[in-house]
Design a binder for this molecule. Sequence first.
Ligand code: ZN
Length: 447
Amino acid sequence: MIFEAEFESMRAADLRNLQSKRLAARSASVYERVDFYRSKFDEAGVKLADISTIDDITKLPITRKQDLRDNYPFGLFGQERGRISRIHASSGTTGKPTVVGYTRDDVDLFARVNARCLAMAGAEPRMTLHNAYGYGLFTGGLGLHYGAERLGMTVVPVSGGMTERQIMLITDFQPDMISCTPSYGLTLAQEFAERGVSPLDISLSLGILGAEPWTEMMRSEVDAGLGLKASNIYGLSEIIGPGVSCECVEERSGSHINEDHFFPEILDPITAEPVPEGQEGVLVLTTLTKQAQPLLRYWTGDITSLSSEDCRCGRTLRRMALIKGRTDDMLIIRGVNLYPTEVELVLGNIAELSPHYRLVVSREGTLDELWVETEVTDEVFKIVGGDALDDEVIAADEFLAGLRSRIKHGLKESLGVTAGVALKAPGSVPRSEGGKLNRVEDRRKLT
Ligand SMILES: [Zn+2]
């Protein structure tokens, strides 16, 4: 089903008109209400009269995460404090978090775009959602929660972590759908497998997974391990939280962006100039309707591309590819740019490996060293591992040496990087405990 067909399946020309009108109105409103934007407009010599169609968006200033930090906590609010009905924040790895405010209308929009996304991912009223996203300042839990209620689903607000309890509740409550990070989806799949529960006996048939970059390989593992069809959902707290875009279950190829509310551009990571459709670059989003904290051209740092191809589901909203990584996650190894998901793609083509991996980067003298830790599957382990301890690198023999050299060769061929490879026993690479999983240990930063 399509939750808001009048918007999600709008004719392209009508959508453009709506976006143009909304951009002009939003620009006028931030100019009037937000000091930060008024000075940005004035500095750049942008007049409100210059903003009449959506194409004029390129005249507007870019907003970066640092601007949110500089205006911490409420400096970018476009409404007086009394009209703010909710505040979320994203945990900064260093220093202060990034704050987001919502008016009552924004909270309503948050629920509606998440209801749209759940419906895109195959949900229907009366289904039950097991919501394993974290509740609290993080937007994931409450975002999906309100969306599911708006759609008419039953929500089980489990939140993240406590895997034992998650398994029990899924077994007892028989939900139709789960929301969690992809890495946590894998953790749950493995827990069920260890209990000897077949995917056929797990009630879940749909998944809405996101909040970290993932690949088709991980998707097939989650699909097979939990016996469901997982769709990607995308969002970020600065824009609204989850609900910016989602894959439809019909094609699961690119996430439909709710672009009547969040206008997307793809810009060159270095020059910040628009790139042609289909080409990769940084996703930049403008909130066309948000009131409490409207953002113009917010530089998400996420690398993706856009497509306006027709979709079988009947939605006309453009689609964005799975996020390849964040500009912040990009590793530079001896001058080669590399995203963890690219390593994942190479490992995914090798049948002897499980989907779990970790990258360790260090520096020997002046040279960067990349070390890829990956696990062999249970089947391979039974043949070659014998009784090696869990956390022990499996003893080398001819087979493992061959496997290691295939991985090295694959990494060199696809990514142009030379890496060390450590083959580990099943279960020894760190798993998600419920939240986002950090797969990179960059020891260069410590020295
Ligand atoms: Zn679609």
